[in-house]
Design a protein around this ligand. Structure first.
Ligand code: NAP
Length: 290
């Protein structure tokens, strides 16, 4: 069996075209475009690329994006002050803090400072609490994008067994919740899971969000399973070329799985598409005029 590739790039392109139409209608009705503010703190090269891609995607969809690049030495108080100013700015409907932050900053306190209606990454405790209680409002973009990919190849998740590898607040845990809401029986695995292979081999849907290339081999896969590879590790070869690797050993897993996402071109484009959707959603719910 050779898995069918789930083309996240193509699906994301379709979503982004749809968003661009909706942004045009929004602008016609309200007289202004949705606005996203991105805080980029420090000089992490991967973060710089991600922020550039997000800004470009906003521009193409007609969403105003404002990138605030701050040095790694920025004090916690100054970051909080910047967030307060963006919270009070009616032209800004979404605020995104590009993670990871420099070690000197307290991530949880910074995320908690964002006004929940502008928290387009869905990481504020209030938004995570709403998700946990089954009343989702703004939900983290990557798990939303993954759910979309899964549903593109599986009509109903009811009664399916889903295994999520990883339990971070950003990805693994919300992913498990979303799959559970769809009626799947979810097993959340992590670094302390005793027999990862055995758990994964029982999965109709396997989502890996770890960041360890090669972790998921053909031995982890139930024949025909839907495999979503969120892992994204940047590797630099001896000649300086940078490549992205997922958690999944693609060449061997594709021989066993039914459906599989590539890295790059799978989950990454969906994260960006859902950031735009969350920004539009936040703008539509906002009552302020400009
Ligand atoms: P994270 O916060 O470092 O979490 C990693 C998770 O993996 C933890 O829960 C950890 O378990 C678990 N883990 C580590 N080693 C393991 C092992 N050997 N077996 C099973 N579980 C193991 O990372 P994250 O923010 O969730 O991101 C995960 C990956 O997704 C990264 O590669 C990241 O770059 C990628 N990502 C991609 C996108 C995208 O748009 N494509 C978006 C976000 C993240 P413990 O909790 O026990 O430590």
């Amino acid at each position: 069996m050779v898995a069918t590739l789930i083309d996240g790039q193509a699906i994301a392109t379709q979503i982004r075209q749809d968003i661009a139409h909706k942004v045009t209608s929004f602008q016609k009705q309200r007289g202004y475009a949705p606005g996203l503010a991105v805080l980029l703190i420090g000089d992490n090269p991967a973060s710089q690329i991600y922020v550039k891609n997000k800004s470009k995607a906003c521009e193409q969809a007609g969403i105003r994006s404002h990138v605030y690049a701050l040095p790694a030495t920025t004090a916690q108080g100054d970051v909080l002050e910047k967030i307060d100013a963006l919270n009070a700015d009616d032209r800004i409907h979404g605020i995104l803090i590009q993670l990871p932050l420099p070690d000197s900053l307290e991530t949880a306190a910074i995320i908690s400072r964002i006004a929940p209606p502008k928290d387009v990454d869905g990481l504020h405790p209030q938004n995570l609490g709403l998700l946990f209680s089954g009343r989702p409002n703004l939900v983290p973009c990557t798990p939303l994008g993954c759910l979309h990919l899964i549903k593109s190849v599986m009509l109903s998740l009811e009664g399916k067994r889903a295994v999520v590898v990883g339990r971070s607040l950003l990805v693994g845990r919300p992913m498990g919740l979303l799959l559970g809401f769809e009626g799947a029986t979810v097993v959340q695995t992590h670094s302390r899971t005793l027999n990862l292979g055995e758990e994964c081999r029982r999965a109709d849907i396997l989502v890996s969000a770890v960041g360890k290339p090669g972790l998921i081999t053909a031995d982890h896969i139930k024949p025909g399973a839907v495999v979503i590879d969120i892992g994204t590790t940047r590797l630099t070869s001896s000649d300086g070329t940078v490549s992205l690797r997922g958690d999944v050993v693609f060449d061997e897993v594709k021989e066993v799985a039914g459906f599989l996402t590539p890295v790059p071109g799978g989950v990454g484009p969906m994260t960006i598409a859902y950031l735009l959707l969350n920004t539009l959603f936040a703008a539509e719910k906002s009552v302020a005029f400009r």
